[in-house]
Design a protein around this ligand. Structure first.
Ligand code: FO1
Length: 317
C-alpha cells in the first residue's frame, strides 16, 4: 500500500503516473482541503476535484483544473444579476468559474453533506462514480481554511488570493484557520501509518502540504516513519512549474529552491527526489541528512510521470 500526501495539479499528475505502474487499489491519496470554498452555497473542494478528474482522464489539459469540453452557460447567465445585486451581496459572483459539467459535482457534494454525509464518504462516492481505483481521502472532515495575508490589503481566503488576485500579489503570512480543532480523519491516519511507503507529492509545501502538516499528530507520525517517507520537490531550477510556490517561498522567508524544500521536509522525510536541472544541489540536500535522488520530474507526458513514480518507489525501497 502506498499513501500519497497531495495538493492539486502536481499531485494529480504524479498519481496518474503511479496508477499506471502499480494496482490503483493499492494507492491512497490524502488530499489537502485547505483550498475548499463555498460559492453560491455550493461546497467546492478544488484539490479533490482536480485529482478526481485527472485520474478519470477527464481533466481539462490546458487549464489543469475543471472538466474537458466544458461549457459555461450557467456562469454567463449570472452576469444578468450583476446590475441588480445589492452592494453588500456576494450573490451571483463570477470571479470563480464553475463550468456546467463541473457544477454537477458540487451539487452532489453539497446535497450529500447537507444530508449529514462526511466529506470522506462523499469523496468516495464521487470517486466511485468516476470508476477510480485509487482511494481518495480528504485530510479532514472538518473545516480548515487556508487564509493568506496580502501586503497592503489584509487577510483573504486562499481562493480570493489564487483565483481572485491570480496569485500575483505579495503575501506576508499564511495561516490555517481551524487547524486547532480539525482532526486528520481516521482513514487518513491509518493510511499514513500502514502504508509501506508515504510519498509527499510535488505540491506547494506551504499551502498544499502545509495544511495537512498543520493537523495534530501528522508531523509526529511522519517523523516516526521518516525512513520510508519520500518527497518530490515541486521547485525546479528555482521555480514552480505552475502556481505561486516559488514566490510564496521567497515572500515568506524560505529559499525558492530544492534545498529550500529539503529544509522544510528534512524532519519528516528521509529522501528528496529532485530534477536533473538541480543535480548540482544534491550535496547541499544530503548535508541536511536526506538522501537525494536526481531524475526527470517535469511530468509533461504520462510516460515521464510513470518513470518518476517508478524512481520514487525505488528510492523508498
Ligand atoms: N482555478 C482558477 O485559476 N480559476 C478558476 O476560476 C477556478 C475555478 C475552479 C472551480 C472548481 C475547482 O474544483 C477548481 C477551480 N480552480 C480554478 C482551480 C483551483 O482553485 C486551484 O487550482 C487550486 O485551489 C490550487 O491548488
Amino acid at each position: 500500500m502506498i499513501s500519497v500526501i497531495c495538493g492539486g495539479v502536481g499531485a494529480a499528475r504524479f498519481l496518474r503516473g503511479l496508477q499506471s505502474i502499480v494496482d490503483p487499489h493499492d494507492i491512497t491519496a490524502v488530499i489537502n482541503t485547505g483550498d475548499d470554498v463555498v460559492m453560491h452555497g455550493l461546497s467546492i473542494s478544488p484539490d479533490i476535484d482536480t485529482i478526481t478528474y485527472t485520474l478519470a482522464g477527464a481533466i481539462d489539459p490546458q487549464r489543469g483544473w475543471g472538466l474537458v469540453d466544458e461549457t459555461w452557460t450557467a456562469m454567463a447567465n449570472l452576469s444578468r444579476f450583476a446590475a441588480v445585486r445589492p452592494a453588500a451581496s456576494r450573490a451571483g459572483e463570477t470571479w470563480f468559474n464553475l463550468g456546467d459539467r463541473d457544477l454537477a459535482t458540487h451539487l452532489y457534494r453539497t446535497a450529500r453533506l447537507a444530508e449529514g454525509a462526511s466529506l470522506t464518504q462523499v469523496t468516495g462516492e464521487i470517486a466511485a462514480a468516476w470508476n477510480l481505483g485509487v482511494r481518495l481521502l480528504p485530510m479532514t472532515d472538518e473545516r480548515l481554511e487556508t487564509r493568506v495575508e496580502v501586503v497592503g490589503e489584509g487577510e483573504i481566503s486562499f481562493q480570493e488570493y489564487f483565483v481572485g488576485r491570480r496569485h500575483s500579489v505579495a503575501v506576508s503570512s499564511v495561516r490555517f484557520a481551524g487547524a486547532d480543532v480539525a482532526v486528520l480523519t481516521g482513514a487518513a491516519r491509518r493510511s499514513l501509518l500502514d502504508a509501506a511507503v508515504v510519498v509527499i507529492a510535488p505540491s506547494n509545501p506551504l499551502v498544499s502540504i502545509g495544511p495537512i502538516r498543520s493537523l495534530a499528530g501528522v508531523d509526529e507520525l511522519l517523523t516516526a516513519r521518516r525512513s520510508s517517507v519520500v518527497a518530490i520537490s515541486p521547485i525546479i531550477n528555482g521555480a514552480a512549474l505552475k502556481g505561486p510556490a516559488d514566490r510564496m517561498l521567497t515572500e515568506l522567508g524560505y529559499e525558492s529552491s530544492a534545498v529550500g524544500v529539503a529544509r522544510l521536509y528534512a524532519p519528516i522525510c528521509s529522501t528528496l527526489v529532485i530534477d536533473q536541472l538541480d543535480a548540482h544541489l544534491a550535496p547541499a540536500i544530503e548535508s541536511l541528512g536526506m538522501r537525494c535522488i536526481v531524475t526527470d520530474t517535469i511530468m509533461s507526458t504520462p510516460e515521464i510521470a510513470a518513470d518518476l513514480a517508478r524512481s520514487t518507489l525505488a528510492a523508498a525501497a
